[in-house]
Design a binder for this molecule. Structure first.
Ligand code: MGD
Ligand code: MGD
Ligand code: MO
Length: 816
């Protein structure tokens, strides 16, 4: 038994390069429930991050009573993340939404499904009649199932015919997709998690994998604990567990990633670490890249990033001489002003070094949410289903044929509207109805004062489909109670293309319904039909929807045609899975084969600095043979830089114990107690400058607002403060409304985005700090176990008996 709050990564099971990662089966059951009491174990996968860990849900008396990792799952070999070990308790929470709500005289009151749905249908019809399809918007998530996204995409694009459908994946993985589209002209992750087993160098860019995909980090830790461990390069301004384990830790000034990457590329080119033969055969764009990085010698980069030139050289040497290089990229790169430009430079390293499509040579342009990959694949974001190219008329015609609608019905006159633009249309009133599914924008979008104003407008009809009465739901006109993971069936795909089936284990509470059923009900009530007058949506169960989705993917990169629910009941399988690859595909882009041919590719690309679209003709001229594309970019400083009034740089992000806006993790006592309140991380030097001690209450201010939090003094780089974004609007302890203090990080963030991926900038704003109140000896509520570890000793974060989980270690190669 291990206290998995005190030890989030559990016990080490070391292994050597090329060996199989040992099995360790993690189990946590509700207090008083023993394994022999469990009536059924229902196969599913993890839902509180993107790793896609196979696990079984324990059921007793019609309720979820725990989870157990699946030893034979290719992703986790039995291990379970702390959030997944304890987070299922939220399903059983007494404050789940169980009945639809409608707003009457300003207050939300319970009602039945007919009343709630008829309100939505009559408003939809009125919008369509008066203002047309462009007056309806959908804002979805990275947390539903593929079947649900595909149905939503069909309804929004094929049924209503609106251009305004995007996901919170815009805040999350838009840059992962954009970077892959720029380099390989298609989404689709080149890597496999098993690359960890083979790599001799692992480079992590703005990715705190230790806290955000803990099981992937366990795999890396086990390699680090074994013979011939890989070298690790970490790029992060904070002393994350990754940074502490790194061979080289580069801690750049926030927002300088492109300069740093150009510096690394400069060294790779200058030292002749380029695989010239690979590049000549399989890539275009070398000359432009060489020219661009010439301007970034380590000394210049050192001044921009405030990182020693020697460290840049050292990191470049490790990466440039690696034989099997695995790279991962996440929000430290994605949520900044040159997000795509920076992420693309990581792809460039792999293309230049010929490190693709071989064991150990993977790129993971990481996802964050469990099902974000599916939002993108299914076209429930700013993409077309199955990686079709919105700018290629033949692709739209194909989709129209499949859906049996007129191509004109599917808007494709421009790129689909991105989430920040949808918010803008709501703000100015051209979108009069917004349907939000499984996301909590009143906490997670930037500049919350603005978002609250936009979402609470009288003229807006806001539908919120959630499992709790969130900050966003409280602003809605209609609230629909949804079933969630464990209460409904569907598939989802993780970052290394592994598809898992998650089966219904228990009934949802009260009248709550599966998201798929809600969407199907809407389609039926709206009477959407195809060209022949038949129902547009031709399925009524998840499995039928999956069959429909498979047809949509036929011949596309994310080919699901070889998968069935039955096959997925046995194990998770990586797409493409079709007649040629019936067991799935571990690595794509083997032998320099890409999906980038002009007629086939998902995207023609964009200019990395302005975001201007490359035209079909230009793309054809640039890349006629469908190779990989090396794309260069000059460094541009962040838009909001420190000033006299706001001398610090604010970054925001996550802790290992909480998930997003905490609707689930705050309802799991072990997780909530481990990180109960917002805090701010401050360096020792900055703490001295502003006369702040451990635990002191401080106010962080930006031009948008202020937040009060208790200071944690850490090894974060000087000049930078970090606030976790998990905590909703208000300081719960403060008394009446007037006294309440902001505690949501997004009170502080700015309305601005990367020009290519349109991903908002959550990392870098200019900020000021002020002492409000001394601590009285109490430390900050920040956890001690990971990036927020204090420099001076404070009591360690522990979970005690309620946080104990069983670990079953099996001999090397053993499965279960
Ligand atoms: N425990 C937990 N796990 C999660 C989630 C969660 O909420 N909680 N959410 C999931 C989701 S949806 C996502 S998207 C992922 C996100 O996973 P990550 O991207 O790993 O998490 P973040 O904390 O957002 O940011 C990562 C790091 O970026 C660094 N950073 C900030 N600014 C810069 C910069 O300018 N340059 C560089 N190089 N680094 C910078 C921060 O210091 C931080 O350590 O996590 C997933 N997993
Ligand atoms: N400052 C700052 N802001 C950020 C970030 C950051 O790093 N810094 N990160 C951004 C990123 S990467 C992300 S992904 C977003 C996340 O932001 P959100 O998407 O707003 O976060 P969640 O709390 O996960 O919201 C998901 C909602 O779906 C509900 N839900 C769960 N399961 C189901 C279901 O099956 N059906 C339905 N209908 N509802 C369900 C939950 O109760 C919850 O309200 O935040 C973004 N915002
Ligand atoms: Mo995310």
């Amino acid at each position: 038994m291990v206290d998995r709050i005190a030890e989030p990564w559990g016990t080490r099971t070391p292994y050597a390069a090329g060996e199989t990662w040992p099995v360790r089966i993690d189990t946590h059951l509700a207090e008083g429930v023993r394994a022999q009491d469990v009536e059924r174990w229902v196969p599913s996968a993890s839902i509180l991050h993107s790793n896609g860990d196979g696990l079984d849900i324990a059921v007793k008396d019609g309720r979820i009573v725990g989870v157990r990792g699946r030893g034979h799952d290719r992703v986790n070999h039995g291990r379970v993340d702390p959030k997944d070990l304890f987070g299922w308790q939220a399903n059983n929470s007494p404050d789940r939404l169980t009945r639809p709500l409608v707003r009457e005289n300003g207050v939300l009151v319970e009602t039945d499904w007919d009343t709630a749905m008829e309100r939505i249908v009559s408003r939809s019809k009125a919008q369509l009649a008066e203002k047309g399809p462009g007056s309806i918007g959908f804002y979805t998530t990275g947390q539903l199932f593929a079947e649900e996204y595909y149905t939503l995409a069909l309804i929004a694009r094929g049924g209503i015919g609106t251009h305004h459908l995007d996901g919170n994946t815009r805040l999350c993985t838009a840059t992962a997709a954009a970077a892959l589209k720029e380099s390989f002209a298609s989404d689709g992750q080149p890597g496999s998690y098993s690359d960890v087993d083979h790599a001799d160098v692992i480079a992590l860019y703005g990715h705190n994998v230790a806290e955000t995909q803990t099981v992937l980090w366990m795999r890396m830790l086990d390699r680090l604990a074994g013979p011939n461990p890989p070298q690790v390069v970490c790029v992060d301004p904070r002393p994350t567990p990754v940074a502490r384990a790194a061979t080289v830790h580069l801690a750049p000034r926030p927002g300088t990633n492109v300069a740093l990457m150009n510096g690394l590329l400069h060294e790779i080119v200058a030292n002749g670490w380029v695989d010239e033969e690979y590049v000549a055969r399989h890539a275009v764009g070398l000359e432009e890249l060489q020219m661009r990085v010439r301007d970034y010698p380590p000394e210049r980069v050192a001044t921009i990033c405030d990182v020693p030139a020697e460290q840049i050289r050292e990191a470049a040497r490790i990466i440039g001489t690696a034989e099997r290089l695995l790279s991962t990229v996440l929000q430290g790169f994605y949520q900044s002003h040159q997000a795509t430009a920076a992420a693309v430079q990581v792809n460039n390293i792999h293309i230049l070094r010929g490190m693709l499509g071989r064991p150990g040579c993977g790129i993971l342009q990481m996802n964050g949410q469990p099902t974000a990959q599916n939002t993108r694949e299914c076209g429930a974001d700013g993409d077309m289903p199955a990686f079709r190219n919105w700018a290629n008329d033949a692709h739209i015609a194909e989709l129209a044929k499949l859906w049996n609608v007129d191509p004109i019905q599917i808007p494709h006159y421009a790129a689909p509207t991105h989430a920040m633009q949808i918010v803008r249309y709501v703000e100015e009133g051209s979108i009069g109805m917004l349907w939000v599914t499984a996301t909590n924008p009143a906490v997670s979008l930037p500049e919350l004062a603005r978002i609250r104003a936009v979402l609470s407008q009288e003229r807006l009809f806001l539908v919120v489909q959630d499992i709790f009465l969130t900050e966003t739901a409280q602003l809605a006109d209609v609230v629909l109670p949804a079933a969630t993971w464990g209460e409904k069936t569907g598939t989802f795909t993780n970052v290394d293309r592994t598809v898992h089936l998650s089966e219904k284990a228990v009934d949802p509470p009260g009248d709550a319904r599966a998201d798929l059923d809600i969407l199907l009900d809407y389609a039926r009530r709206m009477g959407f039909t195809d060209k022949d007058g038949q129902p547009l949506v031709k399925w009524s169960t998840p499995e039928e929807a999956f069959e429909g989705w498979k047809e949509c993917t036929r011949g596309r990169p994310c080919d699901y045609t070889g998968l069935t629910y039955d096959k997925l009941r046995q194990r998770g399988i990586q797409w493409p899975c079709n007649d040629e690859n019936p067991e799935g595909t571990e690595r794509i882009y083997e032998n320099g084969q890409f999906w980038s041919a002009p007629d086939y590719c998902e995207s023609y690309g964009k200019d990395l600095v302005t975001g201007g679209a490359v035209s079909p003709t230009e793309y054809r001229a640039l890349n006629p043979l469908g190779k990989a594309v090396l794309k260069a970019a000059a460094y541009v400083p962040p838009h909001e830089l420190p000033s006299d009034d706001y001398p610090l740089q604010l970054i925001t992000g996550r802790t290992v114990y909480q998930f997003h806006t905490r609707t689930k993790t705050a309802r799991a006592p072990q997780l909530q107690q481990a990180a109960p309140e917002v805090w701010v991380e401050v360096s020792e030097a900055d703490a001295a400058t502003w006369d702040v001690g451990e635990g002191d209450l401080v106010e962080i201010t930006t031009p948008r607002g202020e937040v009060r939090a208790r200071a944690r003094i850490t090894g974060i780089r000087d000049g930078v403060v970090f606030v976790p974004f998990h905590y909703g609007y208000w300081d719960a302890e403060a008394g009446d409304e007037a006294d309440r203090h902001g505690r949501a990080a997004n009170e502080l963030t700015l309305t601005d985005w990367d020009p290519v991926s349109k991903q908002p900038i959550f990392k870098t704003a200019a900020a000021a700090l002020r002492l409000v109140e001394r601590a009285d000896g109490l430390p900050s509520p920040a956890p001690t176990t990971a990036a927020s570890a204090p420099v001076a000793p404070v009591p360690a974060t522990r979970g005690g008996a309620p946080a104990e989980a069983e670990e079953q270690l099996l001999p090397l190669g053993g499965t279960r």
